[in-house]
Design a protein around this ligand. Structure first.
Ligand SMILES: [Zn+2]
Length: 284
């Protein structure tokens, strides 16, 4: 009797732990970067297919995506710092508000929204029914992207004067500092003004690379593979190769809007695959 009670208790504990892990798993993942707390806020974790790939050989597909499906996320990032809260992109705006609440931040606490580029899965959350969602925020976006995207200009009209266009710096120069510890780096190709944001605090760094990749399963071993979402697939491939080399050589952790949970991890050169890289997600 006593033994079965212990077994029952053990089973309940295991089930309880499993449920506890499942509740938030795949939705939010946070790391500390010096004084910044940076969190991946997931809107979707799903599988995507081969139809969006450009330049993947049948041999590479057989080797790296044998099932024909690979993981793809839709996410935005929250950066909490002593100076206030920033969002990097807004996702579709379906889940971000709920995630902010669970991290102790309200929409009105967001002081800055940094925009990587103007696709709908990154900027739709800027407005709801034509009104600004982040009423106290200034939106910062590359001048080139602002000029290119009518959709972005429409969203920003709701922010009246509370937006600013910037010129990101070159990767080799480490970008341009736009706020204390926040550097904008050009990564044109996915869109004409696609911009990455590097966060640096107390010697620690994290590069949020926007849509540098969509299919990590094949774009890590074969960075030359682009996707149909890239407005200039050749330029996107070139910048992807340069950024991967930069992140690996300088040991800078990365985060991406379409990198599957946890969305944040480390890049290293694959010694057995010339020109290829390995991504290791941070421990969950
Ligand atoms: Zn995207």
């Amino acid at each position: 009797m006593r033994f079965s009670a212990i077994v029952l208790l053990a089973v309940l504990l295991v089930l309880g732990c499993k449920n506890a892990a499942r509740a938030g798993d795949g939705e939010i993942f946070s790391v500390a970067v010096g004084d910044f707390k940076i969190s991946m806020l997931s809107e979707a974790q799903r599988e995507s297919g081969l139809d969006i790939l450009i330049g993947a050989s049948p041999e590479d597909i057989a080797k790296f995506i044998p099932s024909g499906q690979y993981p793809l996320a839709v996410a935005a990032y929250l950066v909490q710092s002593p100076d206030g809260a920033m969002l990097v992109d807004t996702g579709f705006g379906r889940e971000i508000g709920r995630h902010l609440k669970s991290l102790g931040a309200a929409d009105d606490d967001i002081k800055t929204v940094l925009v990587t580029h103007a696709h709908g899965d990154h900027i739709s959350g800027l407005t709801k029914d034509g009104a600004a969602v982040y009423k106290n925020a200034k939106v910062i976006v590359a001048k080139r992207e602002y000029s290119w995207s009518a959709d972005l200009r429409k969203h920003l009209a709701s922010y009246k004067d509370s937006h600013e266009t910037i010129t990101p710096g070159a990767l080799e120069a480490g970008g341009t500092e736009i706020l204390p510890g926040v550097y904008a780096i050009e990564a044109y190709g996915h869109t004409p003004g696609h911009t990455m944001f590097l966060f640096e605090s107390r010697g620690e760094k994290l590069l949020i690379w926007g849509d540098l990749t969509h299919a990590m399963a094949i774009q890590m071993p074969r960075p030359g593979v682009s996707v149909t979402y890239d407005s200039d697939p050749a330029a996107a491939a070139k910048v992807r190769q340069a950024v991967l080399k930069y992140a690996a050589e300088n040991k800078i952790p990365i985060a991406g809007m379409h990198v599957a949970y946890p969305g944040i991890g480390d890049i290293s050169i694959d010694p057995e695959n010339p020109g290829g890289y390995i991504f290791a997600g941070k421990a969950k």
